[in-house]
Design a protein around this ligand. Structure first.
Ligand code: ATP
Length: 345
């Protein structure tokens, strides 16, 4: 079976973390007999300065027609690229796992939660207006988009071994109409999944509880802005931005990317942590494996995750995590570990 993957190298540390991910993807392709067609779908600041468009039509076409897109961070024009793609391709759910990794320092043990963030609405619709002496932003919440994301969160919780619980995070005591609709729709949707438990938390309490007792969470479902903020907090709690992968999921398309930004302060020095992008590629294989019922893609996802964990537990880490390994070395070492890993019985 052959997979077409759109590749966006992005800006800042984007191209170098992508170069570290290439050998990893190549290693699972060889190991599990997955024929991969990687096609350039670049976008971002560099592309804009060359072509005038942050997201050229051609890149959009490549992403639309591919099985999935693997995306590195883009710089200043992130809103013109990823926010636009999420809305244009209706990538309705943003999945952001936060999990302790072996050998990665975190003040908290036993963190294994997933934030499912609504990805197309809320204040991120960009409906902002200025007037003399002020500005207004409009917030959009619909039953349809909320139900889709709540359904995704319910199925995810049902398939995990962590208490099978969905926590809806909102602020309906203040935002009675928008968050009232969001929480009501989540409650009704999750109730259709008999074996999934449900509770609710105000966003300020959720921000506090994430640092107080992150191990108590399983799956969090929330709206776009709260999810954006809480997922950075959760990523830091679990070990840092350099380790946090994510997926933007729609019916027809999906884009996988690290949670971190383009980090221009360290770009070009071969020191950036490529784990978030490498683990995003594992999420991509897992998503495609489930969608296409293809066992070899699931094996590819497992192999990438196991190899990353094995390296980290041996202390092979980039400088942000206290190690001395370079970005490129880390990628080639993960690839080598995949090639020599014993075959599962
Ligand atoms: P944005 O593109 O959203 O403006 P940014 O460039 O500020 O983001 P963040 O993701 O917010 O980057 O990261 C903040 C800082 O954390 C970076 O400036 C960098 O020093 C560090 N950092 C982020 N990602 C990584 C990484 N993958 N490896 C090492 N350090 C990182």
């Amino acid at each position: 079976m052959s997979l077409s993957i759109a590749i966006m190298e992005g800006d800042g540390i984007g191209p170098e973390v992508m170069r570290a991910a290439y050998p990893v993807i190549e290693a699972v392709s060889e190991r599990f007999g997955i024929e991969l067609r990687l096609e350039n779908a670049d976008a971002g600041d560099r592309v804009k300065s060359g072509t005038g468009a942050a997201l050229p039509e051609r890149s959009l076409d490549v992403i639309r027609s591919s099985d999935a897109c693997l995306k590195a961070p883009v710089g200043q024009c992130a809103a013109e690229v990823i926010v636009k793609l999420r809305q244009m391709l209706d990538l309705y759910a943003n999945i952001r796992p936060a999990k302790n990794l072996p050998g990665v320092a975190s003040p908290f043990g036993d963190v294994d939660l997933v934030i499912v963030r609504e990805n197309t609405e809320d204040l991120y619709r960009g409906m902002e207006f200025e007037f003399e002496g002020g500005a207004i932003a409009l917030r959009l919440i619909t039953r349809k988009a909320t139900a889709k994301v709540a359904e995704y969160a319910s199925k995810l919780a049902a398939g995990r071994n962590r208490g099978k619980r969905v926590t809806c995070v909102h602020k309906s005591n203040v935002l009675r109409f928008t968050d009232g609709l969001f929480s009501r729709t989540c409650r009704e949707t999750v109730a259709k999944f008999g074996d999934v438990l449900y509770d609710e938390m105000l966003v300020d309490a959720a921000a506090m509880n994430l640092v107080r007792n992150p191990g108590a969470f399983d799956v969090i479902v929330t709206s776009n802005l709260y999810g954006d903020i809480l997922s950075d907090e959760a990523a830091q709690i679990a070990g840092g931005l350099g380790f946090a992968p994510s997926g933007n999921i729609g019916e027809a398309n999906a884009i996988f990317e690290p949670v971190h930004g383009s980090a221009f302060d360290i770009a070009g020095h071969d020191v950036a942590n490529p784990v978030a992008l490498i683990l995003s590629s594992a999420m991509m294989f897992r998503h495609l494996g489930m969608k296409k019922a293809a066992g070899e893609y699931l094996l590819a996802a497992d192999a990438i995750e196991s190899a990353v964990s094995a390296l980290l537990s041996k202390g092979i880490r980039t400088p942000d995590a206290g190690g001395t390994c370079s970005t490129s070395q880390f990628g080639s070492t993960v690839a080598q570990a995949i090639r020599v890993a014993p075959v599962a019985p």
